[in-house]
Design a protein around this ligand. Structure first.
Ligand code: PGA
Length: 251
């Protein structure tokens, strides 16, 4: 059985104090409301240690928003997988559309990041998704297939089993215009069929596929009700504990 997950991508937001408060509010909630589902927060890198210290022995996991494709050395400003692991960071968002767009991350570079993460027992939350024009031209399935083929389908079955996929249509990120539950289900079931073809039925059934893009307390339940939508990667609505908690409750 695959795990259902809600992960918060804080992006470049919040001060240290606000980050401290937000983590504590989520932890207080989880203490009173234990869950079988996965809850992950992905703060900016400078708050990872704070979050992982606070999350120690709790039900919350901590993820990074990025990871270097290099193991170590002269890469000013970068953070390696080994460094993340040494701070008890167990997940890393890889291939977010903002990293692809603003930081020129190619599918090939993302494959190297995925490899680095897995080598250090960090589970990638691998993001894929099409631009608006690509959907309008009817190319969305091919775009997502290509992203998966070039960045994660080189993995063997065992490594792939440690991967989480996040389908995030670029036109839905931060726009307030979420994919409809039908659009999400259609793409998630397509992604699962690609995994089935590449690996096997068991790997496909065990892969958690999250939806991301303007997911909020109002639409989460309807999106998560789909058989192939196993939770969400939440941006804006992960910055307030009330909203994030409502989304956890929608699983
Ligand atoms: P959003 O962002 O929920 O603010 O649309 C999602 C994401 O970028 O992961």
């Amino acid at each position: 059985m695959r795990t259902k997950i809600v992960a918060g991508n804080w992006k470049m937001n919040l001060t240290f104090e606000q980050a401290d408060d937000l983590v504590n509010e989520i932890l207080d909630y989880l203490k009173d409301n234990p869950t079988e589902n996965g809850v992950i927060v992905c703060p900016p890198a400078c708050y990872l240690e704070l979050a992982s210290d606070l999350a120690f022995e709790s039900e919350m996991f901590v993820g990074a928003q990025n990871i270097s494709q290099h193991a170590s050395g002269a890469y000013t400003g970068e953070i390696s997988a080994a460094m993340l692991l040494s701070m008890d960071v167990n997940y890393a968002i890889i291939g977010h559309s903002e990293r692809r767009k603003y930081f020129g991350e190619s599918n090939e570079m993302l494959a190297a990041k995925v490899d680095q993460a897995l080598k250090h027992e960090i589970s990638p939350i691998f993001c894929c998704g099409e631009q608006l024009a690509e959907r309008q031209q009817g190319n969305h399935f091919d775009v997502v297939k290509n992203q998966l083929q070039e960045s994660v389908f080189h993995l063997d079955k065992v490594d792939f089993g440690n991967l989480i996929i996040a389908y995030e249509p670029v036109w839905a990120i931060g726009t307030g215009e979420n994919a409809t539950p039908e659009q999400a289900q259609e793409m998630h079931s397509y992604i699962r069929s690609l995994i089935r073809d590449k690996y096997n039925e068991e790997v496909a059934e065990n892969t958690t596929i999250l939806y991301g893009g303007s997911c909020n307390p109002k639409n989460a339940k309807e999106l998560f009700a789909n058989p192939d939508v196993d939770g969400g990667l939440i941006g804006g609505a992960s910055l307030k504990s009330d909203d994030f908690i409502k989304i956890i409750e929608a699983l």
